[in-house]
Design a protein around this ligand. Structure first.
Ligand code: BES
Ligand code: MN
Ligand code: ZN
Length: 508
């Protein structure tokens, strides 16, 4: 699918379908008004006759509208002015892409005149359109014997005024990069556990390293990790025939020697719970327990594609949590890479066990910030449902930056407190820390566990248990979430760098 920003007059656009809009009170926005004028009031007549009123989500697909070159006009309702929130805009795009799919349309022009979103921000509105159209055409067929029909839609053009074109083109480039990252994250998430193993994730990272010059990838196997003392990470993979992997991706887009921003992803390629075995119902969904890792891979891809002027390190802690005969048992105690000992009271609380060693490893980079991303706790679904990523941090500014980034990228998070009061739930009689803190505040105590390993740097934890995939039914599948939030977070940091460079240039 090709995206392009175009200018010009609506009447002369040669396309299979032009999308124009009206508001709830029947007011035609400029592009719709232009179609109306060229067709001698065709659209006004439809409004007057009550065929469309402009309610949010309303659509009318029109053929051969007189006076214009486009084959079809898709007239869409944007509703009232307070119906332009992200959720409305997302729904609008879903509706439009459904129509495009149904009619097998191969080329479309969006002429929404910057009115579809409540924010007066052409960059944001354009980027969201690119990301969402792209996401709606994602189809999984990797493990089906009958491949999906190729996507018919080839050309997506977005009509902007000449003065908005530069902004729009920036949005398009960023949007395509983020959309590709989301695609990658969804595909990895959707692949089954017997294909998407720790070794497979490592191969995918290496392939990404081949693709981009600025990206160097290094893989640590069981032996190398043992040498580093990553016994906690290794304890998780012990019950599995699949070897564990620590995947390290270094993106060097910033100045040499500039402190990197590190992303750490939980990559449990299947979580049976281990000896603390999970119940059988719905256990297949634990193939999604590597979605944190997938979002790191997807974000690294987006960052490399956008060529951000930053140093970013992506680390993935990959293991399969199985109850084999060598498996870790409840009560076993391991010494982590940090030297702290952990009593593994529940082998199903394995995410924190792989992450703690990866977080210690991250410290070697003397990082500016570290963000870990994990499908860590069922409790997060109870706390925040399926809409918000849980954000926990030892640094208010960092938490704020992620919150803002998620808001801007329509991939939102929400903070939970990381107070010291919760820490004592992790007390153990036999080790420095227990790996579980009981039922109360399960998301917070999991983050408390991680906080024991992140004291040396600014750190935030994203619990994506509720947002990383959709369960059951037709919608079942990975969402690619936190790629937009993380990409935005890094875009914002890159912008700061650019502003600083600009200042320096002026000072000199
Ligand atoms: N991967 C799960 C968390 C999870 C469960 C995410 C369901 C999404 C849906 C994690 O490894 C886990 O099993 N966590 C336990 C922790 C508990 C044993 C302290 C949980 O949430 O029950
Ligand atoms: Mn688990
Ligand atoms: Zn898990």
């Amino acid at each position: 699918m090709d995206f392009e920003i175009i200018n010009g007059s609506v009447e002369t656009l040669k396309t299979e379908c032009i999308v124009v809009a009206l508001s709830a009170d029947g007011i035609l926005y400029p592009s719709a008004a232009a179609v109306d004028k060229a067709s001698n009031g065709y659209l006004t007549e439809l409004v007057n006759s009550g065929d469309i009123s402009g309610k949010a989500g309303e659509q009318l697909l029109l053929f051969k509208v007189p006076g214009i070159q486009a084959r079809r006009v898709l007239l869409v309702g944007l509703g009232k002015s307070d119906e332009r929130k992200d959720r409305h805009y997302r729904k609008l795009v879903k509706g439009i892409t459904a129509t495009l799919k149904k009619s097998g349309i191969t080329s479309v022009v969006f002429a929404l005149d910057g009115c579809a979103s409540y924010r007066d921000d052409i960059y944001r509105e354009t980027r969201q359109l690119v990301e969402w159209v792209s996401a709606d055409f994602y189809q999984y067929d990797e493990t089906k014997s009958k491949k999906a029909d190729p996507v018919k839609l080839e050309s997506v053009q977005i009509l902007l005024t000449e003065e908005d074109t530069e902004l729009g083109e920036g949005a398009l480039l960023d949007g395509v990069a983020i959309a590709n990252g989301v695609d990658t994250a969804r595909e990895l998430g959707n692949l089954p556990g017997n294909i998407c193993t720790p070794t497979y994730l490592a191969e995918r990272a290496e392939a990404l390293g081949e693709e981009f010059d600025e990206l160097t990838v290094k893989i640590l196997g069981d032996e190398e990790m043992a040498e580093l003392g990553m016994n906690s990470l290794l304890a998780v993979g012990k019950g599995s025939a699949q070897p564990s992997r620590l995947i390290v991706m270094e993106y060097n887009g910033g100045e040499a020697g500039e402190k990197p921003h590190v992303l750490v992803g939980k990559g449990i390629t299947f979580d049976t719970g281990g000896i603390s075995l999970k119940p059988g119902a719905g256990m297949d969904e634990m193939k999604f327990d590597m979605c944190g890792a997938a979002s790191v891979l997807g974000t690294m891809e987006a960052v490399a594609e956008m060529q951000l002027p930053l140093n970013v390190v992506g680390i993935i802690a990959a293991a399969e949590n199985m109850p084999g005969s060598q498996a870790t048992k409840p009560g076993d105690i391991v010494t982590t890479m940090s030297g702290q000992t952990v009593e593994i009271l529940n082998t199903d609380a394995e995410g924190r066990l792989v992450l703690c060693d990866a977080l210690t490893y991250a410290g070697r980079y003397n990082p500016e910030t570290v963000v870990d991303i994990a499908t860590l706790t069922g409790a997060c679904i109870i706390a925040l449902g399926h809409h918000a990523t849980g954000i926990l941090s030892n640094d208010e500014d960092l938490a704020g930056a992620l919150l803002d980034a998620g808001d801007f990228a329509a991939d939102r998070g929400w903070p939970l407190p990381l107070w010291d009061e919760f820490q004592e739930q992790l007390d153990s009689n036999f080790a420095d820390i227990a790996n579980i803190g009981g039922r109360p505040a399960g998301t917070i105590t999991a983050a408390c566990f991680l906080s024991r390993f992140t004291k040396e740097y600014r750190w935030a934890h994203l619990d994506i248990a509720g947002v990383a995939w959709n369960s059951g039914g037709k919608e079942k599948g990975a969402t690619g979430r936190c790629v937009p939030m993380l990409s935005q977070y890094l875009l914002d940091l890159a912008e700061q760098v650019e502003v600083e460079d600009h200042h320096h240039a002026h000072e000199e």
